[in-house]
Design a binder for this molecule. Structure first.
Ligand code: ZN
Ligand code: ZN
Length: 357
């Protein structure tokens, strides 16, 4: 009997991604076979596919996923038929960072779509420990955005948000807009959003995420000080990955303020002397943020995120601009790379709209 096959987007070398028919994977011990209902394309997938060498070739990219467990191997059968999303990091669970639950810092981790096959496929195998159960009411296309939404929550938590804080977000892409929503949930008083793309800012205004400013129209730092009546921003979150936005973030926060760096730098980050001096004099706290909390305590960021999406308190639906079958995947990736059209989040539906039921 012929081996069952499935459709998948396969990355064979830098920039060489194709739709192929490949063997349907078998779950290894302790793993689940997940029928992929929805897989979201992350901003980080673009450099991963087109610019950097992957950890291995061939590999199926995709680390933001929701689907239904079809089979398990040596794990509780109760998972079969469950709707799930998946934590993308597979930590070693023995290194010193794993011992304190900081799986994002694991010294020997692998992850979905990078070191092992990911979710741009009809099926994906993942360790059962990485499964996160979804409530019945949640839409699977939206649930595929749990991973970036949890990362946005983590970024806001890194900044130690306090009720009434003025929070500035530099970069109003989908991640920045999720950050804005978490800031509001976390009790932010004023939320300021800065971007260069008017279409993003328009979407932010439509979602009532906060005050917006197009940096093409003038200095966002001056605007932020004006908006805060000269008090300065309490917490600034850099979500664009640019040198200039990090600098602006540092200049708009008040003395003793906090800056969270969420955007992966897209080039060298260079600070003018005056800004570096301000960092010293204002005693700024600078935090990096990476992935999300994968443990249940102190805050189960994945569970909270899933509940907020299901309860519609976190609007990820409005951030989905494209829903496409796997067959449209390569074109979508190219469209994103060349920024040919406006997009926020592109979600692939390997089993079509019917697969979401
Ligand atoms: Zn991602
Ligand atoms: Zn580890």
């Amino acid at each position: 009997m012929a081996e069952p096959t499935m459709k998948a987007l396969v990355l064979r070398a830098v920039g060489d991604v194709r739709l192929e028919e490949v063997p349907k994977p078998h779950p290894g011990p302790g793993e689940a076979l997940v029928r992929v209902a929805a897989a979201s394309i992350c901003g980080s997938d673009i450099p991963h596919i087109y610019e950097r060498r992957a950890m291995r070739y061939p590999v199926i990219p995709g680390h933001e996923v929701a689907g239904v467990v079809e089979a398990v191997n040596g794990a509780p059968l109760s998972y079969v038929g469950e709707r799930v999303t998946v934590k993308p990091i597979i930590p070693c669970r023995t290194c010193r960072y794993c011992q304190v639950g900081a799986y994002g810092q694991c010294e020997a981790s692998t992850s979905l779509g990078f070191g092992r096959d990911g979710a741009f496929a009809e099926y994906v195998c993942v360790p059962v420990q990485n499964l996160v159960r979804l409530p019945k009411e949640v839409d699977l296309a939206e649930a595929a955005l749990t991973e970036p939404a949890a990362a946005a929550l983590h970024a806001v938590r890194q900044g130690g948000i306090q009720p009434g804080d003025c929070v500035a977000i530099l970069g109003a892409g989908p991640l920045g807009m999720m950050v804005a929503q978490w800031a509001r949930i976390g009790g932010a008083g004023t939320i300021l959003l800065v971007d260069l793309d008017e279409r993003k800012l328009e979407l932010a205004r439509r979602l009532w995420l906060g005050e917006t400013w197009n940096a093409r129209e003038g200095d966002p730092v001056a605007w932020a000080w004006e908006q805060t009546l000269g008090l300065g921003v309490d917490l600034a979150i850099e979500a664009a990955g640019a040198s200039v936005t990090l600098e602006q973030a540092m200049r708009m926060v008040r003395p003793l303020g906090r800056v969270v760096v969420l955007g992966e730098p897209n080039g060298d980050v260079i600070l003018p002397r005056e800004t570096a001096a301000q960092m010293v004099r204002k005693q700024l706290a600078l935090y990096g943020t990476w992935h999300s909390q994968f443990t249940a305590l102190p805050v189960d960021e994945w569970r909270v995120t899933v509940e907020m999406i299901a309860g519609r308190r976190l609007d990820v639906r409005s951030l989905i601009s494209h829903r496409l079958p796997l067959e449209g995947g390569v074109q979508a990736l190219e469209m994103m790379r060349e920024r040919r059209a406006f997009y926020s989040r592109v979600v692939l539906l390997p089993h079509g709209e019917e697969g979401l039921a």
